[in-house]
Design a protein around this ligand. Structure first.
Ligand code: URA
Length: 232
């Protein structure tokens, strides 16, 4: 791909900005040799101010989403893109959240510019497990695990029952729930259906990928092994 387009698609600037960066000698090959405006190059062979470029299309990252951020590009409040380098919002193809977490839900959020991967992860057909740590307003009654595992729980205003989900009770008001779908406000609505209310919700894993020691508000790129561990 032509250098200008390559850098512009990675969000480093408009074609005009990028042309100026190249003219200023800021764009080099791996040996530090300045590249000309009309060069054709791959992202991995190019340096900007001596630094490697971000990965090209196919990039997948995970963010430990803090409370108070929305999974959107346009919201009057804080958005998850503010936690990433600014250029990530200007990539082409677009870097998008894989499914959504509510503004007050914390934890593992994947983002990718790979539309096919995004579709595979979010497709209900693929049953990718998602695990949430929940704190509840009221103690569990004791029948929730059976209700969620039954495969016949129908949420209000829906026409199809939920797939079985696994509930692990940690203490009377704390539990871990694994679901294989991603319906709107699903976890909160499941507990509402049992007469309870979710006070805090944190996603700790998706497929075989966990947050590990990634601190709230931090992100990291996923390796090909991590992507394989998603299981789609
Ligand atoms: N279920 C919810 O209710 N909210 C989320 O953010 C994710 C799953």
């Amino acid at each position: 791909m032509r250098l200008i387009r390559l850098l512009a698609n990675l969000g480093y600037g408009s074609q005009k900005d990028v042309r100026a960066m190249i003219r200023d000698g800021r764009v080099t090959d791996a040996d530090g040799k300045e590249l000309a405006v009309d060069t054709r190059a791959k992202a991995e062979d190019v340096r900007l101010d001596g630094e490697a470029l971000d990965p090209g299309p196919g990039m997948v990252l995970m963010l430990n989403k803090p409370d108070g951020y929305t999974c959107s590009t346009a919201d009057p409040g804080r958005i998850v893109y503010e936690l990433l380098p600014e250029r990530f919002m200007h990539r082409n193809p677009v870097l998008a959240p894989v499914g959504r977490l509510d503004r007050d839900t914390t934890g593992l959020l994947l983002m990718t510019d790979d539309g096919a991967l995004l579709h595979r992860i979010t497709s209900p057909k693929n049953h990718v497990p998602k695990t949430y740590e929940c704190t509840l307003a009221r103690p569990l009654k004791g029948n929730e695990a059976d209700i969620f595992a039954s495969g016949d729980l129908l949420l209000r205003s829906e026409t199809t029952v939920l797939k079985p989900a696994v509930l692990e009770v940690l203490d009377p008001q704390r539990c871990r729930l694994t679901i294989v779908e991603g319906r709107y406000h699903q976890v909160k609505r499941m507990f509402a259906a049992t007469g309870n209310h979710v006070e805090t919700l944190h996603r700790s894993s998706l497929g075989g990928v966990t947050l590990g020691d990634l601190a709230p508000g931090k992100w990291r790129l996923l390796s090909p092994e991590d992507v394989a561990a998603i299981g789609v």
